[in-house]
Design a protein around this ligand. Sequence first.
Ligand code: ADP
Ligand code: MG
Length: 254
Amino acid sequence: MATVKINHVSKVFSSQGTDVHALNDVNLELEPHEFVAIIGPSGCGKSTLLKVVAGLDTNYEGTVKLDDDSVTGPSIERGVIFQEHRLFPWLTVEKNIAADLSLKDPKVRKAVDEMIELVKLGGFEKSFPKQLSGGMSQRVAIARALIRSPKVLLLDEPFGALDAFTRNHMQEALLDIWRSNKTTMLLVTHDIDEAIFLADRIVVMQSKPGRVKKIIPISMQHPRSHTSTTFLEYRKQVMEALSESEQPEPAYSI
Ligand code: ADP
Ligand code: MG
C-alpha cells in the first residue's frame, strides 16, 4: 500500500524548434490501496505522466513521491504494465515471471507458483509466449510485476489490444488482484466503461497543454453492473467531461 504524490509536474518535449507541453502543472494524490483511472484524448500526456511516476522519465519539473520518498528512477516498488506485454519470447511462462530471480531457490519457486495460481495460468508454466493468447500474455506480465510485491501498479492501456470478451475477463482478474494484494493502482485507459467499472476516481485529462481537467469520484459498490442506472449516469458524466475538454470547432464562414 502506498501514497503517491504528484506535485506541480510539468514536462515539455522540444523537437525541431517547437515545444510540446505534454504535462502542465499536474497535481494528484493517490491514497493507499486506491484505484485511480486516467482518461483523456490521445496526446494529452497520459503515458508521459505514467512514465514520470514509474521513474522511467526523470527529466521534468515538479516532484513525485511514493510515501515520502522522491521517485528518482525505476524501482521494483512500482510495477509497470504496458499495452504490449513485453515478455521474453525465448523464456517459458514461469521463467518470464521469475525473470532475474532463480527458480532453483525454493522461495522463488513458491512465489512463482502462487503467482501462476493468482493469474490462473496453471498448466501453462512451461509454455512459451507465442503459445499464449493476448489475455494470457498480459496475465504473465501482471504476474511478473506482482512477484516483486510492488506498492503501486502502473498500467498503460493494458487491455487495449484485447478483444472485448477477454478485456472484461481481465478487468475482473485485475479487481481480484487489487483486492488480494492491496496494491495502489494507476491505470491509463481510453475505455470509459473500463474506468467506471474499476476505479475509485477517474481523472479526466485535456490536451495542449496536457493537464487535469476534472476528477470524478465513483462511489459504487463492487461488483459493478455495466447496465445499472448509476453506471449509465457516470458514463454520461465522464463523456460530458471529455467533450468539454475538446477544442471548440472553428466557426464556418461561407
Ligand atoms: P497520451 O498517452 O495521452 O496519448 P503522450 O503522453 O504519449 O500522450 O504524449 C503527450 C504529448 O507529448 C503528445 O503531443 C506527444 O506527441 C508528445 N510526446 C510524447 N513523447 C514524446 C517524445 N519522446 N518526444 C517528443 N514528443 C513527445
Ligand atoms: Mg499513451
